[in-house]
Design a protein around this ligand. Structure first.
Ligand code: 5GP
Ligand code: ZN
Length: 113
């Protein structure tokens, strides 16, 4: 999609530090990490947010959640980690291409909001 930062990362127009890639998804380091490990998992297809997940595209989300444990293990997160998605402005979404934050490498704040 035009003017979508994460679509540009998928097609190589914007560089990223990739930690995992296959034909359906990409995972790369967050530019502004909020934890010692902060990785973003995205579908290569443009889905704007979690609110637009439905029966036509949920398989890519399932795939992301299959890959997360493998990447977490590779990154040494056996003590635990958090997976978060912010959906729409009120929840703090700033990039409107579906992404899941993988956060770990430290004791994380447990406040939910
Ligand atoms: P959101 O606030 O939408 O949940 O998360 C967007 C995330 O994308 C933020 O944590 C921000 O640091 C990250 N981000 C924004 N632009 C870029 C970029 O160009 N490259 C990378 N690697 N991360 C980005
Ligand atoms: Zn996009």
């Amino acid at each position: 999609m035009d003017n979508c930062i994460f679509c540009k990362i998928v097609n190589g127009e914007i560089p990223s530090s990739k930690v995992y890639e296959d034909d359906k998804i990409l995972a790369f380091k967050d530019l502004n990490p909020m934890a010692p490990v902060h990785i973003l998992f995205i579908p290569k297809e443009h889905i704007c947010c979690a609110d637009k997940i439905d029966e036509t595209n949920s398989s890519v989300v399932a795939h992301i959640f299959e890959v997360i444990p493998k990447v977490a293990k590779e990154l040494g997160l056996e003590d635990g980690y958090r997976v978060v998605t912010n959906c729409k402005e009120q929840a703090g979404q700033t990039v409107f291409h579906l992404h899941f934050h993988l956060l770990g490498g430290a004791v994380l704040n447990t406040t939910l909001a």
